[in-house]
Design a protein around this ligand. Structure first.
Ligand SMILES: Cc1ncc(COP(=O)(O)O)c(C=O)c1O
Length: 396
């Protein structure tokens, strides 16, 4: 039968093994993998034709059964033919870039992306001769930046930290018309809220550290799409060695089974907190794609099944008053991640963008009073009560 629903796929997809009659996929802690006879070795090698699809491998740098099960589950969740897991979201970003971009090639990357994806493009890729253009996360800006040498369009949706939503059908059409690889970092969306591949996007990327794993306890990255498009990234990973460990593969697999439940709750919590903050006199702006005031609300309504758990907002306060408000929150720990079961909060000016000057921060819209909240799976009433008491501490 064909499974229709993400919540069912999250539990069952990829899980065909039942080794040792175990309900759950065991953690296979082995670096090399054995062949019973040389005839078996030759037959496996002949089948692989010198390549590697992550299935029957001889060495852990090329694949692992536990990790492979998680890859299959993620591929099914995204509606992709294949998925590759790597040791972090940044391993996924950088290995993908290195696999597809060569000196003389041109990359168009939207400017509201995870800081290190942007830094790697602006610094490292430019140094090795890749041309890089940063544009606003709008399709007209992307189209205007294309050149004959453009090989990749890369964006997040929703973006980090301003939750802009990118028109995926239009981006995919640009890619098709100009023979350009389109890549979407869908970390904030998750496959519960969006399947970017269904819009014709070529590859979807995740920091699986966030919602996919969901428990703030591991680092992982994923690249999903047609097998022939994932393959160059898998081949390069075999040389770079940035593989996911079997233990983390198991934790990810375990986390994935509750993905739909968690994200549904995080959608509810994100929306409830965004609505609460928007009407609060001490809050100046709320960035959340599920609010009608968001510039991409209409697109978000069409494209996303939920607004997600991240809410960014500015407080009517200066840098240190905002910091005191953040300190006063009792249910949200101050930490630079998102998507886990525990709510987290960060003040980007003092965390991810600490080493920029106020002028540099202003250029990318990161003001002193900007706060990014990542809803966990707590009860929204409790989260709102916590915001209420912390906001009450901001001086008039
Ligand atoms: C949208 C997005 N992409 C990629 C990354 C990098 O992922 P990781 O921290 O797993 O390397 C992050 C991390 O915050 C992110 O938010």
């Amino acid at each position: 039968m064909t499974i229709q629903h993400v919540s069912t796929l999250a539990v069952h997809a990829g899980e065909s093994n039942h080794s040792y009659h175990s309900v759950t996929m065991p953690v296979v802690h082995s670096a090399p993998f054995v062949f019973h006879t040389t005839a078996e070795l030759i037959s496996v090698m002949a089948q692989k034709g010198g390549g590697n699809n992550g299935e029957r491998v001889e060495y852990g740098r090329y694949g692992n059964p536990t990790v492979r099960t998680a890859e299959k589950k993620i591929a099914a969740l995204e509606g992709g033919e294949d998925a590759l897991l790597l040791s972090s979201g940044m391993a996924a970003v950088t290995t993908l870039f290195l696999a597809y971009l060569h000196p003389g090639d041109h990359l168009v990357i939207t400017n509201d992306v995870y800081r290190h994806s942007r830094l790697f493009s602006e610094n490292f890729l430019r140094q090795v001769g890749v041309q890089v253009t940063l544009v606003a996360p709008r399709v007209e800006a992307i189209a205007a930046a294309l050149r004959p040498t453009t090989k990749m369009i890369f964006s997040e949706t929703p973006t980090n930290p301003f939750l802009r939503v990118v028109d995926l059908a239009a981006v995919a059409a640009l890619g098709r018309d100009h023979d350009i690889l389109t890549v979407i970092d869908a970390t904030f969306a998750t496959p519960v809220n969006l399947q970017a591949l269904s819009y014709g996007i070529d590859l979807v990327l995740h920091s699986a550290t966030k919602y996919l794993a969901g428990h703030n306890d591991l680092l992982a990255g994923a690249v999903v799409g047609a097998a022939k498009r994932v393959q160059p990234v898998r081949a390069l990973q075999g040389s770079l060695g940035n593989t996911l460990s079997p233990g983390d593969g198991y934790l990810l697999l375990r986390g994935l089974k509750t993905l739909a439940l968690r994200v549904q709750r995080q959608n509810e919590n994100g929306l409830a907190v965004a609505r609460y903050l928007e009407q609060h006199p001490k809050i100046t702006t709320v960035f959340y794609p599920g609010l009608p005031s968001h510039p991409d609300y209409a697109l978000a309504q069409q494209q996303l099944r939920g607004g997600g758990g991240v809410v960014s907002f500015t407080v009517a306060a200066d840098l240190m008053e905002t910091a005191h408000f953040v300190d006063a929150l009792q249910l949200s720990a101050i930490a630079p991640s998102l998507g886990g079961v525990e709510s987290l909060v960060s003040q980007p000016a003092l965390l991810s963008y600490y080493n920029l000057t106020p002028v540099e921060r202003a250029e990318i819209g990161v003001s002193d009073n900007l706060v990014r909240f990542s809803a966990g799976i707590e009860e929204s009433d409790d989260l709102i009560a916590d915001f209420a008491q912390a906001l009450a501490k901001i001086p008039d």
